[in-house]
Design a protein around this ligand. Structure first.
Ligand SMILES: NC(=O)c1ccc[n+]([C@@H]2O[C@H](COP(=O)([O-])OP(=O)(O)OC[C@H]3O[C@@H](n4cnc5c(N)ncnc54)[C@H](OP(=O)(O)O)[C@@H]3O)[C@@H](O)[C@H]2O)c1
Length: 288
């Protein structure tokens, strides 16, 4: 029997890049990494050709329009990639008997809950990005009902652009910064999520549907920044501020903690505390 192929879209992004880091732990799979150039999500013909030539057994859709604030002014572009293209990938997966893992976001929720969101809770996005990702969830399940959707939150890693890298750079160049202290959530280390996805695939039991995954624990962006400061031994002063003092084009949920019980019990995952994963990320960033 041939080695099952796994097509990773968005291979240059945070999550896509993280599969390169964990791939050696899963030697029974043939990882095929597709960048925007290899697999443009707005080009169905090219996507068709890639699926026909790779014939993947699994597709992990890590590609997305992720510019949350820019999306407010670029609604059409966000929906094209996060909803329409997801429907096209789902159709191709269905045609090719390929199992789809699609990634979604905590921003599908409106943040008014006082307890961690469960998969079956009502969604009600506050911004265009969240609405486009919610539409993507519906398209994925409509065109490929066998799909696994994983909602995640506050993704960080050594790769691409993210809060940890921005904070380290600001803390090295400024004496004082301000960070919002009234949005609560859980950071997610992209390589931890990549490993969790590979454990789901290699587990052998494919249970389609929506799952939540983030690192364990909770914090605010201010708390996240304080932890980074401690780990890099910075003297930068961090001022906690309300979101109202840092207006952004896109409104964000005040609370977006995800309840991860379902993925833990379905797949027997152990999820690390976000601070343990942050320590690993900071260590890797400092040793380059
Ligand atoms: N980042 C977060 O905090 C966060 C939170 C919750 C959920 N998520 C979800 O998690 C998933 C992974 O996020 P991430 O942080 O890894 O994202 P990322 O670092 O922004 O990477 C996105 C990837 O998508 C690619 N891409 C964008 N437009 C494309 C197009 N038209 N055609 C083909 N590829 C395209 C990008 O290519 P280029 O490098 O060429 O631009 C990049 O490889 C996404 O579904 C995202 O919505 C992220």
């Amino acid at each position: 029997m041939s080695t099952p192929g796994i097509l990773i879209t968005g291979s240059t992004g945070q999550l896509g890049s993280s599969f390169r880091q964990v791939a050696h732990l899963f030697p029974g799979y043939d990882f095929q990494y597709a960048s925007r150039e290899d697999l443009p999500l707005d080009d169905m013909q090219k996507m068709r050709e890639v699926f026909a030539s790779v014939q993947p057994r699994y597709c992990i859709n890590c590609a997305a329009y992720t510019a949350v604030d820019k999306a407010e002014a670029e609604k059409e572009a966000a929906f094209k990639i996060n909803a329409e293209a997801v429907g096209n990938i789902a159709k191709l997966c269905n045609e090719h008997h390929c199992r789809l893992i699609h990634i979604s976001t905590d921003y599908v929720f409106n943040g008014t809950s006082a307890i961690p969101y469960r998969e079956e809770d009502d969604i009600n996005p506050l911004n265009v990005y969240g609405a486009s990702k919610a539409a993507g969830e519906r398209s994925a399940l409509q065109y490929c009902p066998d799909t696994i959707i994983i909602r995640t939150s506050w993704v960080f890693s050594e790769y691409g652009k993210n809060f940890v890298k921005t904070m380290i750079s600001l803390m090295r160049s400024r004496e004082e910064i301000s960070v919002v202290n009234d949005q609560t959530g859980a950071p997610t280390y992209a390589p931890d999520l990549a490993s969790a996805i590979m454990k789901i695939i290699s587990n052998g039991h494919w249970l389609p549907g929506i799952y939540h995954y983030s690192n364990a624990g909770k914090t605010t962006w201010f708390g996240f920044a304080e932890a980074i400061k401690q780990m890099i031994s910075s003297n930068c002063r961090i001022n906690p501020i309300p979101s109202s003092a840092y207006p952004t084009p896109a409104q964000r949920p005040q609370y977006s903690l995800l309840n991860t019980d379902k993925i833990v019990s379905a797949y027997g995952l152990h999820i690390r505390d976000w601070k343990e994963s942050l320590q690993e990320c900071v260590h890797k960033l400092q040793s380059v």
